[in-house]
Structures are given as C-alpha cells and as structure tokens.
Design a protein around this ligand. Structure first.
Ligand SMILES: NC(=O)C1=CN([C@@H]2O[C@H](COP(=O)(O)OP(=O)(O)OC[C@H]3O[C@@H](n4cnc5c(N)ncnc54)[C@H](OP(=O)(O)O)[C@@H]3O)[C@@H](O)[C@H]2O)C=CC1
Ligand SMILES: CC(C)(CO)C(=O)C(=O)O
Length: 300
C-alpha cells in the first residue's frame, strides 16, 4: 500500500523472487507498471518486473501480508481506504519512518499493526521506475506468523531481523531525522556541506539532547551512540539532501509534523522545553506555506 520508493522496492524484490505482489499507488505509476512492468534499478542491475498494480485500495483484498508504505502524513487516509478490504487473517506491517505510525494505523484499522524499521535508500526516478541506492534490511517487532514473512523476504534477498527493541530503533532514526531533515531543507544543502556551516554541529547537538530528553520521558531506551550516528551520516550520506528538502522542492507536504513536530508534541505532554526542534519545525512549516518561495531548482 503506497507504491513509492519503499513500496516499489520491497514489492519489486518480492515479486522478482516469485511472490504474488500487488502494488497500490497513484495513476501515473500504476499505468506505467501495468504497461511495462516495474523498472527496478539497483547499483548492480536493472530489471523490469511484471506484477499487478492498481490505484484501488481493494488491491489488499487477497493479501496475506500488507506492507504499508505511504508517508506519515497519509497514514489515516490510506488506512481508512484499505480497512474495508482487508482479510481478517492479513498481517499489516508499517514500513514508515516516525515512531507512531503503527499505533495510528492500528487505531484506524481496529487491528494490530507490526512496526518495522526500514534501512533502505531508494527513490522514484520516474513513473513506474524505482531506484535503489543501498541497503534494504528490515527490523520488525515479533508476531506469531513472522517466520513465513521472514522466509519470503530471505528468498527475495531482504534481510529481516526480529527485535523487541523496534521502538528504540525507530527513535534512534527519528533523532537523526530531527537533526538533519529540516536543516538540509532550509539550507537546501546535502549533509557534508551542511555540517561545514558555522554553528551547525552545535545546533544538531542541541536537537539531539532535546530529543533524548523527550525519549527518556517517554520511557524509551534509545540504543547506541546517537551522536556518533549523527556524525556518521555526514560522511556516509555526504551528497544526500534530506527527504524533507526533496519534498519542499517538489511542493509536496513533508513529514516534518511527524519528525520535529512529533518531538514537540511529546515534549509538551511532559512539560519539557524543546526550543531548537520548535524553531526548525516552525521554519519548515513557513516554507511549506510559501514563505519565502522555494527556489525553482530541481531536486538532484
Ligand atoms: N525512500 C527511502 O529511502 C526511505 C523512506 N522511508 C520512509 O518510508 C515511508 C514511505 O516513503 P517513500 O516510499 O520514500 O515515499 P513515496 O512518496 O516515494 O511513496 C509513497 C507513495 O504512496 C502514494 N500514496 C499515498 N497515499 C496513497 C493512497 N491512499 N493510495 C495509493 N497511493 C498512495 C504516494 O502518492 P503521492 O505522492 O501522490 O501522495 C506515493 O507515491 C516514509 O515514512 C519514509 O519516511 C524510510 C526509509 C527510507
Ligand atoms: C536518514 C535520512 C536523514 C537520509 O536522508 C532520512 O531518513 C531522510 O532524508 O528522511
């Protein structure tokens, strides 16, 4: 559900391994996929993969497993569209960033949703054309039939680990997004250049500390060294612009309300100050409202 960068990558890999996959997406992608198959381009190979595609949420009707891959802004709408069509036995996994998509979707569907941490870099390069830039492994919360899904993924070359710590891992990812996404969007800079600007590391340090305080108040143990992870992104993804930067460039709503915006809401609930997150959130929202207008440069 949500045939974009994530949905097309995982759907494409599973279909390529012989699994019966239906992609549910927007008309331009669906038409291209119906006519020519899904074009899946990786660093090593490019293939056209024949699979089913539809714009109608009733495409979930016969699914044993639904991979829910829309942006956090679309969780409720897309969930409500597929709810009447889901089989009672279907397992729904949320393959989304942000820490509350699974419970939000579960509330709409009236059934459990399994959260997954998605470690992939992919993007849509055109209608029905997904480009894979690297990685692809999933970490999922445990559930009764997980073994069948893990086996299907293994056959497709997708590594899946089961962990009780998915919430902590989602928070670790959220903190990276809080540190980079808005700053990259507001400066329109890729990460390596961004961190060279005066004062940027200090701002990111403030954001990280605010996020960790909120996570602690939420009772979430964030695994690993978050500051080392933030520093590492500037090297490992040196030339990348954040998804928020790319959303703003194409005039698409960003996930900022579910990144820094989420931290602000939870901080308010705990009476914690988060001024750095608040400022970045407000500035991105101002940009989304057209103040100042975005430059017309196209996304790389
Ligand atoms: N891309 C990446 O490398 C990674 C992304 N993520 C996360 O994964 C999630 C998905 O991201 P990504 O795949 O990049 O996003 P995309 O925007 O590429 O894909 C989502 C697709 O779903 C479509 N869609 C939304 N609502 C519906 C609906 N009701 N019916 C049919 N189609 C719908 C969107 O259309 P439209 O645009 O017209 O709304 C879009 O084509 C996000 O939470 C993201 O943060 C996590 C790790 C890596
Ligand atoms: C990890 C990061 C920051 C990479 O760009 C990302 O998830 C995003 O842009 O949303």
């Amino acid at each position: 559900m949500g045939a974009g960068a994530v949905g097309c990558y995982y759907g494409g890999m599973l279909a390529r391994a012989g699994h019966d996959v239906t992609l549910i997406g927007r008309p331009a992608h669906v038409q291209a996929i119906q006519q020519q198959g899904l074009r899946l381009q990786t660093r090593d190979w490019t293939e056209r993969i024949a699979l089913q595609a539809t714009t109608d949420a009733n495409g979930v009707a016969s699914a044993d497993v639904v991979l829910f891959c829309v942006k956090s802004t679309d969780t409720e709408t897309a969930g409500a569209q597929m709810r009447p069509h889901l089989s009672p036995q279907a397992t729904v996994l949320s393959l989304q960033n942000g820490v509350d998509n699974a419970p939000r979707l579960a509330a709409v569907l009236g059934r459990p949703v399994i959260p997954a941490v998605v470690y992939v870099a992919s993007g849509m390069a055109g209608p029905g054309h997904v480009q894979h830039h690297g990685r692809g492994e999933l970490v999922i919360s445990p559930y009764p039939d997980a073994d069948a899904f893990i086996a299907a993924c293994a056959q497709a070359g997708i590594g899946v680990t089961v962990s009780e710590e998915v919430q902590g891992a989602l928070w670790a990812k959220l903190i990276i997004n809080c540190a980079y996404n808005a700053l990259s969007a507001l400066t329109q800079l890729p990460y390596a250049r961004l961190v060279q600007l005066e004062g940027m590391w200090a701002v990111m340090r403030d954001i990280e500390r605010e996020c960790l305080a909120v996570a602690a108040a939420e009772g979430v143990a964030v695994p690993g060294d978050t500051w080392a992870a933030i520093e590492g992104i500037a090297q490992s993804m040196a030339t990348q612009l954040s998804s928020t930067a790319r959303d703003l460039m194409r005039g698409h709503p960003s996930e900022i309300d579910h990144i820094n915006g989420y931290v602000i809401r939870r901080a308010e609930a705990h009476g914690l100050p988060v001024p750095a997150n608040r400022l970045l959130h407000a500035l991105v929202r101002a940009r989304e409202a057209g103040h100042p207008p975005m430059p017309t440069a196209s996304a790389p």
